[in-house]
Design a protein around this ligand. Structure first.
Ligand code: ARG
Ligand code: GLU
Length: 672
């Protein structure tokens, strides 16, 4: 597919002006958007963002671990990302004697920086449109199976060629627009990455799950690492002889501050979005899937909460699990509400009706909408069965652990509390029994329930003083086998056909909009590849009679501070700094800025992403979105979709005044 096809201008539903800040753009194609960016205040060029031959901003952006973004902020490989992205590493270095999660950690010398086996930091070397090579040999007469085989073969060859003669690279070809376009990504991967600093969780996770996905927000969500290289500045396995990596590029820090209306840009690795979904899929998300999954997670969270409140040891054991369960639970609620409030389903249906009308007589497109309806209708019930398989049956810790072969037993039991799990078993299996039609339940499930009479009695047999691993494993094996053999194949084959339809639908939407002289440029759904989003610092109105301004400050932390509430209990040192107004050079209007919101289109994976000003200097670190805008993975509303960033000046304040780590500030380039 020719690049030009994807530059077609179009109009989705007549609201293109409002949707101005929607989109996650390919850095190598940013030339298509640069005029718009510049009109909105951006001062640099497309070459400054991404260049094949010269150093560009992209050289300072890294994929951190599997699922986050990070950025380089000194000539000596210093890296900043979120506290919640480095959480696992901080936890691994923590013990009762050195509780870095609680107290924070600061390496005062290079020798004190802590290695993290398994952690990788990847720099994008280059990206390249390889659509023509991937589809080489393709003929329209081919079946989808033949096409897949050809594509897989071509991709393998492209990847092998890209790897040739290079060490420590990771290469992958990724499909965009449901396989209308393909891109090759070549990364250089560093494995010696050391922990440099982290604030205490009472700053780095301030507000906890109470404030998660919310504005106003006051979380100092950052941590610092350093990338190390061999003597040749190339990736090398951990060695004490390694030296700090000299990056091609690092971000200068703008400490002059930002304000409402200022241009911002987020450069990172968004994970997954589905912006072109058919209306029925959005309806399923908002009215079926999310409500069921939320209800199931509420059961788990209730069980966890009861036990965590009773015993501080249990609270620590379940802190991370609880945060994970709560994170999606809260997001799904905002997402469903947002979809409904925006009338996203109705708007899509309207578009689909117009599309259908337009497509009459166009053989490629005229039956698309009807076929989508059929296919989504065919798998609606089974999709819910699948949701219950993962969110109910497999969500019991013991069942999953036993069923997957009891791997990592030591770690499992270290953070395991049986009363929670037993309660989850009872409530989740009851919910499954009640909400899933009998015909979809495995004979095994029905037999066991009949044998024990009640779910409670069944639970009593499993959760004995020594848990009955045999039974737990049997449940996992039987129910998953039943699902895999009876429903997964149907779901998979229908989903394959759906993906295929989207490939055509994508083209159809572009043509339709071109025919209607629209003004919008399409962007591919997020797929964990490097993207640029841009917008402006901006408040929003979450509900009637309420307006949120876009910048939060240390005064807000002090207002929330409460030693009685775990999520809001700040370190005494921060209280003291506030009482003495000891803000040093980070003072702004009698306080210190903490976080800000802007209209950049982001998603999970953008955590830790650099937030840049009009000159490409670092003003913040992205870490969340506002609750009312979490439907932006499916549909973006410029009125309420906001990303949340840590104001870089709060990180500098913490490094300076709390950690007294001046040496770190010295290696950065800070513009004042
Ligand atoms: N909501 C943010 C993101 O999705 C932060 C999650 C970590 N924080 C938490 N309180 N659970 O992933
Ligand atoms: N906290 C998310 C992450 O870990 C980013 C928030 C979002 O989904 O936008 O990537």
């Amino acid at each position: 597919m020719k690049r030009i096809l994807f530059a077609v201008v179009l109009l989705l539903s007549g609201t293109s002006l409002l949707r101005a800040d929607e989109g996650m753009w390919l850095p190598s194609e940013i030339i298509l958007k640069i005029k718009d960016m510049q009109e909105k205040g951006f001062k640099l060029t497309a070459e400054d963002i991404y260049s094949i031959n010269n150093s560009s901003l992209k050289d300072a952006v890294v994929h951190f671990g599997g699922g986050c973004t990070g950025e380089i902020i000194s000539s000596e490989g210093l890296l900043i990302t979120n506290h919640h992205c480095g959480y696992g590493q901080i936890q691994q270095h923590s013990s009762v004697e050195h509780d870095y999660l609680t107290d924070g950690f600061w390496a005062m010398t290079r020798e004190q920086e802590l290695p993290n086996p398994g952690l990788t930091v990847s720099f994008l070397d280059y990206m390249e449109d390889v659509t023509e090579q991937v589809l080489k040999g393709y003929k329209p007469s081919m079946t989808e199976e033949q096409r897949s085989a050809l594509v897989a073969k071509n991709i393998k060859a492209i990847e092998e060629k890209a790897k040739e003669g290079r060490k420590s690279v990771s290469v992958s070809v990724k499909a965009l627009y449901y396989g209308n376009q393909y891109y090759l990504y070549v990364f250089k991967v560093f494995t010696d990455v050391r922990l440099v600093g982290a604030p205490p969780s009472s700053i780095g996770k301030f507000g906890g799950d109470t404030d998660n996905w919310m504005w106003p927000r006051h979380t100092g969500d950052f941590s610092l690492f350093r990338v190390y290289a061999g003597a040749d500045n190339e990736p090398a396995p951990y060695s004490k002889d390694n030296v700090p990596y000299k990056p091609k590029r690092f971000f200068k820090i703008n400490a002059k501050g930002i304000g409402e209306g200022d241009f911002t840009m987020v450069y990172g690795f968004p994970g997954r979005t589905n912006e072109y979904l058919f209306s029925d899929a959005v309806r399923y998300t908002a009215y079926t899937s999310n409500p069921h999954k939320i209800a199931l997670r509420t059961l788990r969270l209730d069980a966890q909460k009861r036990e965590m409140e009773k015993d501080p040891a249990v609270r620590i054991k379940y802190a991370s699990k609880n945060a994970n369960v709560a994170n999606a639970w809260k997001k799904w609620q905002g997402e469903a509400k947002g979809i409904i409030k925006m009338r996203a389903i109705e708007n899509k249906e309207e578009f689909e009706a117009a599309f259908t009308k337009w497509s009459q007589g166009k053989p490629d497109y005229e039956n698309l909408v009807a076929r989508f309806k059929e296919l989504y209708g065919a798998i609606e019930e089974l999709s819910l069965v699948r949701d219950y398989q993962s969110e109910a049956l497999n969500a019991v810790e013991l069942v999953a652990f036993a069923g997957r072969g009891q791997r990592g037993a030591e770690r499992f039991y270290k953070d395991y509390h049986m009363p929670i799990d037993k309660e989850c078993f009872i409530s989740l299996y009851k919910a499954y029994d009640k909400n899933i039609a009998d015909k979809y339940k495995s004979p095994y499930f029905k037999e066991q329930l009949a044998k024990f009479g009640t779910v409670e009695a069944w639970a009593d047999a499993i959760f004995t003083a020594e848990p009955n691993m045999e039974m737990a494993a049997e449940i996992y094996r039987n129910t998953n086998k039943w699902f895999m053999e009876n429903y997964a194949p149907v779901l998979d084959s229908v989903n394959r056909e759906i993906t295929l339809l989207y490939r055509t639908y994508m083209r159809g939407m572009m043509e339709y909009n071109k025919a209607n002289r629209g003004t919008k440029v399409f962007y591919p759904d997020a797929n964990s590849t490097l993207r640029v989003a841009y917008g402006q610092v901006k408040g929003y109105s979450p509900s009637d009679a309420v307006y949120f301004t876009p910048v939060s400050s240390l005064d807000g932390i002090i207002q929330k501070d409460n030693p009685e509430i775990y999520d809001y209990n700040i370190p005494q040192a921060l209280r003291d700094l506030h009482a003495a107004k000891d803000y040093g050079q980070w003072e702004v209007n009698g306080s210190v800025p903490v976080a800000f919101i802007a209209t950049n289109h982001t998603t999970g994976g953008n955590s830790g992403s650099p937030v840049l000003d009009a000159e490409g200097n670092l003003i913040g670190v992205n870490f969340d979105r506002v609750w009312e805008g979490t439907m932006s993975d499916v549909v973006y509303d410029p009125e309420v979709c906001r990303n949340i960033s840590l104001d870089i000046r709060f990180a500098l304040f913490v490094i300076d005044k709390l950690a007294n780590a001046d040496h770190l500030l010295e290696e950065m380039e800070i513009l004042k």
